[in-house]
Design a protein around this ligand. Structure first.
Ligand code: SAH
Ligand code: SF4
Length: 448
């Protein structure tokens, strides 16, 4: 979501003639699009902000702007402690960026934080970083109240864009040659429910699924599926509570919908889940996995996990480890619990020490890696379908792409009748020759 916002910021900046530079020495403006999901993200930002501040001592005309979730959360603190910051703008003000920069150019300090998104979500210009895959925001904000999470307070409550507006954007992307669309939202599986005529904000706290919804992610997937030129569709990030039968059936039925479900579980222990206010049990999550795998045995199911949540016992932590082994996820993002300002669990007294959290994290990561290695090994010598995105980051003589399950595959284009660049944007078959935990290598299968 943060990267997608940055692409819109680039589009907005282009309208007032600011271009991206690779060389920070030449910059007239340094703009931070911040994340505050964990304290480490904040630390990284503050150290970079200090460096930008020093740069400004040498070049007093340099403008420094801060947007994103730290700005939304800490506007006063930023203004008082970092007087060299010229522009502070929140997550609901991105569309105002050109105006704010132009004001700052005249020497005025500007700070704009809106608590709510504008009623009509504006269509924003965009400069995308790739030509093959595109992110499209479909729903902003989150209605849950997970006790560890700062997202609802910095991103607000759920607001879906209408299917008409989304489809217009995707049709344009198809015309420009994009092949894969990722529908984005902090809680993408709740897409559309707030567009329902009977929707009320009060009803929607802690999750809500209307009976017979007029709008849903499943219905949106069907509309996007009809757009010529788009070959793959994904969605990110889902919540287990909203993974409906309609969604599972739709994904398994539509050929362009990738059977890739990133549905964070967060913990494998019922007591911890309850204290996190996740509104599902381990059993319920496992039932969801079973349903998906019955429909699509090869579906990739991936998750996020938090270790060291306040009060998490060793036994409860080991329940998470056991669940990762049992479910055999296709990838897991893991993190040590980080207390966030103004979230309930940050105030609880039973915090786990940093040492213990890191120890649990190391252990869980080793288990995740084992599971992934074992799972990926099964793909050795098999043929997978890969959408080619561009040159491999590690070795530019190679190309990289992703499987339908979102695993990165690096391969040698040797033997192809096409120039390397012609393969970008194509779906090709790759024979897997080497597997790692998080990526694979392969050979292009040439079909004449
Ligand atoms: N809406 C998604 C997650 C969005 S936040 C969901 O409900 O799962 C992305 C991830 O950041 C979360 O899945 C969680 O694992 C992690 N995260 C959020 N708050 C955190 C915190 N306080 N400490 C550690 N990790 C956190
Ligand atoms: Fe945060 Fe996700 Fe919970 Fe919403 S559902 S509060 S974004 S963890």
């Amino acid at each position: 979501m943060n990267k997608a916002d940055s692409e819109h910021m680039l589009g907005l900046l282009d309208e007032i003639n600011y271009k991206l530079t690779e060389n920070i020495e030449n910059a007239n403006l340094v703009l931070f699009n911040t994340c505050t999901i964990r304290e480490t993200a904040n630390h990284r930002f503050y150290s970079q902000l200090g460096i930008a501040g020093n740069r400004k001592k040498q070049n007093p005309n340099l403008l420094i702007g801060v947007g994103g979730c730290v700005a939304q959360d800490k506007k006063k603190w930023l203004q008082t402690n970092f007087p060299y910051v010229d522009i502070v703008f929140g997550t609901n003000n991105i569309h105002k960026l050109p105006e704010l920069i132009q004001k700052a150019e005249t020497g005025t300090k500007v700070c704009e934080i809106e608590e709510e998104l504008p009623f009509d979500l504006p269509e924003l210009p965009v400069i995308r970083q790739t030509k093959v895959t595109a992110w499209v925001n479909v729903i902003l904000g989150c209605n849950f109240n997970c006790t560890y999470c700062i997202v609802p307070s910095v991103r607000g409550r759920e607001r879906s864009r209408t299917p008409e507006v989304i489809l217009k954007e995707i049709q344009r992307l198809a015309q420009e040659g994009f092949k894969e669309i990722t529908l984005l939202g902090q809680n993408v599986t709740a897409y559309g429910y707030d567009l329902d005529p009977n929707y009320s904000k009060e009803k929607a706290t802690f999750g809500y699924i209307p009976l017979d919804p007029q709008y849903s992610l499943a219905k949106l997937l069907r509309y996007v599926h009809d757009v010529d030129g788009i070959e793959r569709i994904r969605f990110l990030t889902g919540h287990p509570f909203h993974v409906t039968d309609e969604l599972i059936e739709t994904v398994s039925e539509l050929p362009k919908a990738c059977e890739y479900f990133h549905i964070p579980m967060q913990s494998g222990d019922d007591i911890v889940l309850k204290r996190m206010a996740r509104v599902y049990s381990v059993e319920k999550y496992k039932k969801m996995v079973e349903k998906i795998r019955i429909k699509k045995p090869n579906a990739a199911i991936t998750s996020d996990f938090i270790v060291g949540f306040p009060g998490e016992t060793q036994e409860q932590f080991l329940n998470t480890v056991k669940t990762v082994q049992e479910i055999e996820f296709d990838a897991c993002n893991t993190a040590a619990y980080s207390p966030r300002p103004d979230t309930p669990s940050a105030l609880w007294e039973n915090q786990i020490s940093e040492e213990e959290k890191n120890e649990r994290l190391r252990y869980l990561n080793s288990v995740v890696n084992e599971v992934l290695e074992r799972k990926n090994k099964k793909l050795l010598n098999s043929t997978v379908e890969v959408l080619v995105e561009g040159a491999s980051q590690r070795d530019t003589s190679k190309l990289m792409g992703r499987t339908r399950g979102n695993i990165i595959v690096n391969f040698d284009p040797v033997g192809s009748l096409h120039a390397m660049t012609d393969l970008i944007g194509q779906i090709v078959n790759i024979k897997i020759t080497k597997t790692n935990s998080w990526s694979m290598n392969g050979e292009l299968i040439i079909d004449n």
